[in-house]
Design a protein around this ligand. Sequence first.
Ligand SMILES: *Cc1c(COP(=O)(O)O)cnc(C)c1O
Length: 219
Amino acid sequence: MSITENLTEIKSSLPPHVILVAVSKTKPVADLMEAYIAGQRIFGENKIQEMTDKWEQMPKDIQWHMIGHVQSNKVKYMIQYVSLIHGVDSLKLLKEINRLAAKWKRTVDCLLQIHIAEEDTKFGLDEQELSEILRSEEFKSFENIRIVGLMGMATFTENQEQIKREFLHLKSIFNQHQQLTTDNCQLTTLSMGMSGDYQLAIECGSTMIRIGSSIFGSR
Ligand SMILES: *Cc1c(COP(=O)(O)O)cnc(C)c1O
């Protein structure tokens, strides 16, 4: 099936409140353009350099989401245009995003990444660290970022019960912190679910799914 057909099929199966991020990492601009022409406007990349190259070449009404792990020293390359940063997992990184966003007179939306998988190769905060960040005075002083939700990745496994347990765990953390609303924090977006597990993620409360291979083919 073509990229256009894949996109149409996935989109027609989604509940209206679920936002689709087309994960285009490693794919050429021609593939992204096909998705763009089919109406897709939100693209996810996991490397800042690659995302920036594509941003330069693609139409300017695209929303670019950084879904990979972010190093503080690279934030400067995307700060001008990035629309949502999914993988934020430290106060230090938030501070750097805030500092650079202020320079560009922007407010940059971020998701805090929560570690829900059993592998320790996946980045993210635990519940305790999340609470500490959201309650800290330093965080409350950041005026050029806005935490709009949480992001997580389940363990890479065939075990659906385990994946479901991990998604429900993230959903419960999301619910518990929803009342912790401040000027720069309102948890409305729950980014969870990829090609292999997005239906399950939606059942468990996801509002944003990140789909790569089911749209663009395997990498
Ligand atoms: C690559 C990637 C995806 C998409 O994975 P697929 O299995 O190709 O849909 C989603 N989220 C993150 C964080 C990724 O790195």
